[in-house]
Write a protein that binds this ligand. Sequence first.
Ligand SMILES: *[C@@H]1O[C@H](CO)[C@@H](O)[C@H](O)[C@H]1NC(C)=O
Ligand SMILES: *[C@@H]1O[C@H](CO)[C@@H](O)[C@H](O)[C@H]1NC(C)=O
Ligand SMILES: *[C@@H]1O[C@H](CO)[C@@H](O)[C@H](O)[C@H]1NC(C)=O
Ligand SMILES: *[C@@H]1O[C@H](CO)[C@@H](O)[C@H](O)[C@H]1NC(C)=O
Ligand SMILES: *[C@@H]1O[C@H](CO)[C@@H](O)[C@H](O)[C@H]1NC(C)=O
Ligand SMILES: *[C@@H]1O[C@H](CO)[C@@H](O)[C@H](O)[C@H]1NC(C)=O
Ligand SMILES: *[C@@H]1O[C@H](CO)[C@@H](O)[C@H](O)[C@H]1NC(C)=O
Ligand SMILES: *[C@@H]1O[C@H](CO)[C@@H](O)[C@H](O)[C@H]1NC(C)=O
Length: 264
Amino acid sequence: MKPQLHAWITALFCCLLAKSVASADSRYEACEPRNCGTGPNISYPFYLEGVGADYCGFQSFRISSEQNRPTFRTSRGPYVVSDIDYQNNSIRLVDSDIINATCLAPKHYFAFDWENSDKFNFSPNHANLQYFYGCNESLALGLESSSLLCASNSTHHSFVALVRQNTDLRTVEYCERQVAVPIDLEYNPKANQTINTVNSTRLLTEGFTLLWHGSDASYCDRCRRSGGRCGRQNQATVCFCADGPKPTACGNVTVTGNNGKGGT
Ligand SMILES: *[C@@H]1O[C@H](CO)[C@@H](O)[C@H](O)[C@H]1NC(C)=O
Ligand SMILES: *[C@@H]1O[C@H](CO)[C@@H](O)[C@H](O)[C@H]1NC(C)=O
Ligand SMILES: *[C@@H]1O[C@H](CO)[C@@H](O)[C@H](O)[C@H]1NC(C)=O
Ligand SMILES: *[C@@H]1O[C@H](CO)[C@@H](O)[C@H](O)[C@H]1NC(C)=O
Ligand SMILES: *[C@@H]1O[C@H](CO)[C@@H](O)[C@H](O)[C@H]1NC(C)=O
Ligand SMILES: *[C@@H]1O[C@H](CO)[C@@H](O)[C@H](O)[C@H]1NC(C)=O
Ligand SMILES: *[C@@H]1O[C@H](CO)[C@@H](O)[C@H](O)[C@H]1NC(C)=O
Ligand SMILES: *[C@@H]1O[C@H](CO)[C@@H](O)[C@H](O)[C@H]1NC(C)=O
């Protein structure tokens, strides 16, 4: 028993030595958290397109750098990533179109692309600012609204209302377009809040939060704290360590454990 164990430990140390001599794992290097010059660090389950490798995250979580800003592209339009919280799995997005706009009149809906619809949810404080463009005077919305003077003229009026969720208010005969834009209210319940009790400029420019699902959050937290970087390998989440991928976390816990056992 004892010589066997000895040989085993020797083999293990031999292996470790070989690994420490070899250069660091390239996937570990590739999955280093990165940013775009501004904004949050991007790491698993996100990755920075063109800089990080696709095995550093999920395809549908890819982020690109555009004008030094981390940008999340959807089929409807681009969103600037203003924050990512890896503890509570949340990402905050701001419509790129409104970032320097003098007239806050969003042009496109936000919608989950089908590949993402099962991966993200809105936050509990989610509501919509619903924009009505180019409406005629006969429209009676039946909702508190606020005029959007910068997008109106003498014959075509535009305004915005606060609604709880996607509602296709039947205005097609009266308005040229409707656009619903997600925002996060500052508190729940939503019931007592209207467009006239909130600051729509602030809500719009602060963007909205999406929560992503992931049973691997605590796994990756542990990986990260052990000095590793989560990534993907064979359709599974793994921990890339300086000396190669590990099933749980980096470090030499196993060796220390066996050493102790061998000594007694
Ligand atoms: C990004 O990561 C670097 C290195 O780990 C860290 O120094 C920096 O504070 C992080 N930046 C943000 C915005 O979290
Ligand atoms: C996530 O955590 C950050 C700070 O840690 C907090 O500001 C934010 O409100 C949290 N988001 C959610 C949706 O819980
Ligand atoms: C917004 O304005 C800033 C400062 O004027 C400029 O650096 C930036 O490129 C502009 N961004 C966009 C998307 O136009
Ligand atoms: C008012 O705006 C609409 C578009 O919403 C445009 O079709 C129309 O020509 C404009 N009318 C005037 C008088 O500028
Ligand atoms: C507004 O649109 C409705 C439906 O098309 C139309 O019947 C009505 O005459 C329009 N009103 C004005 C003031 O243009
Ligand atoms: C709405 O209700 C919340 C929570 O009950 C309260 O904090 C807030 O002041 C109310 N707002 C208005 C405008 O009445
Ligand atoms: C609304 O928010 C904007 C941006 O945060 C701020 O500049 C403005 O003063 C606020 N307006 C009111 C009425 O509080
Ligand atoms: C491995 O364990 C040894 C002994 O406990 C320790 O000195 C060393 O720092 C550990 N190496 C790593 C990479 O954690």
